[in-house]
Write a protein that binds this ligand. Structure first.
Ligand code: ADP
Ligand code: ZN
Length: 224
């Protein structure tokens, strides 16, 4: 009997690298659970509540939400049943302390991290993608005004919802997000490189091509 693989992976790369797009393709192909801290935090903001205002003050200016808050959110999500079949962590960890917390949490639940996909992406590409991104307010699907536009301007192809620009995709905040990313990532990349988990992919490629590369890489390593 062949045992089903339960890969746990981290997607690492700057905002605009296309992590969310690849995560959606990976979910479809392998049935893993997508855990996006950005999506979870935005959901917490939209639900209101005591921490909502505090969270949005970090997020709207491109600052990181404090490690303790994000880590708690991720660990609670990973404790649920549907995470047992493997997860794609998108946007977490973003700092060295977050990576260490993730390691201890995986250890404690007898799980391992199998691969860290590092989406190497030029700043100009990231800026072009983020500044043109539009998001459906009802179903969350992402579009791009020129690279992946909706059939009808401002309207979601899937659900007919209205498309909007995320507050943090406005130009001043985009620059800040890229700087914050640079400051925190060097350490993180080193951390995972030393552990032998880092696999570099080209975030500048079109989505379909990049997915084929990732799929080939996983198959070669017997990861999936
Ligand atoms: P992007 O990766 O495109 O910047 P996300 O949707 O992943 O966007 O995140 C949006 C915002 O949510 C970040 O700018 C930050 O404020 C917050 N955030 C998301 N993940 C983390 C994390 N792991 N640690 C701290 N803050 C986070
Ligand atoms: Zn929609």
């Amino acid at each position: 009997m062949t045992e089903e693989r339960r890969a746990n992976m981290v997607l690492l790369g700057p905002p605009g690298a296309g992590k969310g797009t690849q995560a959606a393709l990976l979910v479809k192909a392998y049935g893993l659970l997508h855990i996006s801290t950005g999506d979870m935090l935005r959901e917490a903001v939209s639900e209101g509540g005591p921490t909502g205002g505090e969270l949005s003050s970090y997020m709207n200016t491109g600052k990181l939400v404090p490690d303790a808050i994000v880590t708690r959110t991720v660990i609670e999500r990973m404790a649920k049943r549907d995470a047992e079949g493997g997860v794609i962590l998108d946007g977490y960890p973003r700092t060295r302390p977050q990576a260490e917390s993730l390691d201890s949490s995986l250890d404690a639940s007898g799980r391992t991290l199998d691969v860290v996909l590092y989406f190497k992406t030029q700043d100009e590409v990231a800026i072009q993608r983020l500044s043109g991104r539009r998001v459906c307010k009802d179903c969350g699907k992402n579009y791009h005004i020129t690279n992946m536009s909706s059939k009808k301007e401002g309207v979601c192809d899937i659900c007919g919802g209205e498309l909007y620009q995320r507050e943090d995709d406005k130009p001043e905040t985009v620059k800040n997000r890229l700087t914050v990313y640079e400051e925190n990532t060097k350490d993180l990349i080193e951390y995972y490189r030393t552990k032998g988990l880092l696999q570099e992919v080209d975030g500048g490629l079109p989505a379909g091509e990049l997915f084929n590369n990732i799929d080939a890489l996983f198959k070669k390593d017997g990861l999936i």
